[in-house]
Design a protein around this ligand. Structure first.
Ligand SMILES: [Zn+2]
Length: 268
């Protein structure tokens, strides 16, 4: 009977989980071999289940998946990395959840994407090692956008295509990048916002540099919130206009609030 299902051994990171029936869970997992998949984990809410404790949010696990016609079944799961340091604080859990929920929001079908999988693992590892979240997360956001085809244009005006000169600019989620001050004055769509030349310089640096070049970067205090807000604005614009998933956005925003509150507490 085994021939009815083709089993695949791979590994993946849990993006989402939802209770199903009495003892089961539906999981969304980003796997190395299949990309994003939905599976049912039978009996996993039973504490005696061998799978329980191996498939919680943002855990990396080795998996055996039986491919079904309609639904895949998770037959084995063994933890590879729980990113334990990240789980020790509410802020850390907020960061980990944000990372997987953003990926969940920007991917919507099966299909291997190894560079994106590696970006996901590296991001969770960097956060777990205590690297600067401002650097790790901005890098993650800009490179995730690259991998899913929503790379913002940061070097030319998206309206007139002229090269951006070093002065304060505008940024449009709808148009997908920077709008020069001349064009911004003529835009009838009000959905754009200012961006300082300094924040733009950092965003470009993040977009075109490999992570090792950024690892020691100190972002000036006043640029950090601006960059975070501009990226948050761009990501939600993309989700609103392209994917229309207000429910997912709501969860992402809720996580951002958790992170901010945690940061405020840490700063006290
Ligand atoms: Zn222009």
């Amino acid at each position: 009977m085994a021939s009815r299902h083709r089993s695949i051994r791979t590994e993946g990171v849990i993006l989402r989980r939802r209770d199903f029936g009495e003892k089961d869970r539906l999981l969304t997992i980003f796997t190395r071999k299949m990309g994003r998949v939905g599976v049912i984990a039978k009996g996993v809410r039973n504490p005696q289940s061998k799978k329980s404790g191996h498939v919680e949010m943002f855990m990396r696990s080795s998996l055996l998946i039986a491919k079904g016609r309609n639904l895949h079944i998770l037959t084995q799961a063994e933890l590879i990395d729980a990113y334990g340091s990240l789980r020790e604080s509410l802020v850390g859990i907020g960061y980990g959840s944000y990372v997987v929920e953003l990926l969940d929001a920007f991917t919507y079908e099966e299909g291997s994407n190894l560079p994106l999988y590696k970006l996901l693992l590296n991001t969770l590892e960097r956060l777990n090692e205590g690297r600067s979240p401002d650097v790790v997360l901005r890098y993650y956001e800009l490179h995730l956008l690259d991998h899913v085809g929503f790379r913002p244009q940061l070097f030319r005006c998206v309206e007139c295509e002229k090269e951006i000169v070093e002065e304060d600019q505008f940024f449009s989620g709808v148009l997908g990048g920077v709008v020069c001050p001349g064009c911004a004055g003529r835009l009838t769509d009000s959905r754009y916002r200012p961006i300082t030349s300094q924040a733009l310089k950092y965003a470009r640096h993040f977009q075109r540099s490999p992570y090792p070049d950024l690892a020691g970067l100190q972002i000036p205090g006043r640029i950090k919130p601006e960059l975070e807000n501009v990226m948050g604005y761009y990501l939600t614009s993309m989700l609103e206009s392209e994917l229309r998933t207000p429910e997912v956005m709501g969860r992402i925003k809720a996580n951002l609030v958790v992170r901010k509150e945690g940061e405020r507490r840490t700063a006290d």
